[in-house]
Design a protein around this ligand. Structure first.
Ligand SMILES: [Mg+2]
Length: 233
C-alpha cells in the first residue's frame, strides 16, 4: 500500500506561540553572549533556528566559528528557557488542528511528521504547551538538522523511510506551512505545497508563491483531509 508523508510546520501552522520561541531565544543569547543582536528588527518566520542565531550573532560581531561551536549549547539552553517561558505565553493550537490530527491519526496510510525551523529539543515543547501531543508525530526534520530549510524535506523523507520501510519521495509527501519559505521548501523536496494563512502571511501574499493548495486555516476538517489524504485513505 502506498503511503503519504505529511510534514507540518509548527509556528503559525499547528500552534500560535505568541512570541514564546523568540523570547526563549533572546533569553538564551543574552545569557551566553550578553546580546541578541538586532533582534528587535529581525523577522524570524520561516527561518531555521541556526539561520536566526547566525544572523543575529554575526550582526553582533560574534565570529562564525564561535557561533558554530556554540550551537549545541544554545539549543540545550533554549529548551531550559522554553520550559520556564512557554507555560506563561498562553500558546494555543491553530484553528481545527486538534480535530484534524485526531482524524489523521486514524489514517493507516498517513505518516505524520514535523518539518520545522525549530530545534529538535524545543519543537516538542511548542506542541506540548499548546496542548498537542508531540508523540503524534513519528518523524521530524528540524532546524538543528540543517541551517537551510530547503534541505529538510529530504531529511524527513529519509527518516520516514527508515522508520516505515516505505521509500518516500516528493510524490508521496506534503509540506504544510504558513510562510513563503514553507512553499519554497516543499518545492525543493518536490513535495506538494499546502499553504495555510493562519500565521503572519495573508492568503494573498502566499498565493504569489503558487502553492498547490491554499487555505485560510485548517478548520474545515473534511476539506483538509480531502487535500492531504486524497486517494490515500
Ligand atoms: Mg511557520
Amino acid at each position: 500500500m502506498s503511503k503519504r508523508l505529511l510534514l507540518f510546520d509548527i509556528d503559525g501552522t499547528l500552534v500560535h506561540s505568541n512570541g514564546a520561541g523568540r523570547e526563549a531565544l533572546v533569553a538564551t543569547l543574552m545569557e551566553l553572549f550578553g546580546t541578541a543582536g538586532p533582534v528587535a528588527h529581525y523577522t524570524m518566520d520561516g527561518k531555521t533556528d541556526p539561520r536566526i542565531i547566525s544572523d543575529l550573532l554575526t550582526a553582533a560581531n560574534v565570529p562564525a566559528t564561535e557561533i558554530e561551536a556554540a550551537l549545541p549549547h544554545i539549543y540545550e539552553l533554549m529548551a531550559v528557557k522554553a520550559h520556564a517561558i512557554f507555560p506563561l505565553k498562553q500558546m494555543t493550537p491553530c484553528p481545527g488542528v486538534p480535530a484534524l490530527l485526531a482524524r489523521l491519526q486514524q489514517c493507516p496510510a498517513v505518516v505524520l511528521g514535523l518539518l520545522t525551523g525549530n530545534g529538535r529539543l524545543t519543537a516538542p515543547l511548542k506542541l506540548l504547551y499548546a496542548g498537542i501531543d508531540p508523540a503524534l508525530f513519528v518523524v521530524g526534520a528540524y532546524g538543528s538538522d540543517h541551517i537551510d530549510r530547503n534541505q529538510l524535506p529530504a531529511i524527513a523523507m529519509q527518516r520516514a523511510a527508515a522508520q516505515s520501510g516505505f521509500a518516500f519521495n516528493g510524490s508521496h509527501t506534503v509540506v504544510i506551512g504558513d510562510t513563503p519559505a514553507d512553499i519554497l521548501c516543499a518545492r525543493a523536496g518536490r513535495a506538494t505545497a499546502v499553504a495555510v494563512a493562519s500565521g503572519w502571511h495573508s492568503a494573498a501574499t502566499l498565493a504569489k508563491y503558487h502553492p498547490d493548495h491554499l487555505l485560510e486555516n485548517l478548520a474545515n476538517t473534511a476539506e483538509v483531509l480531502r487535500i492531504l489524504c486524497n486517494g490515500y485513505r
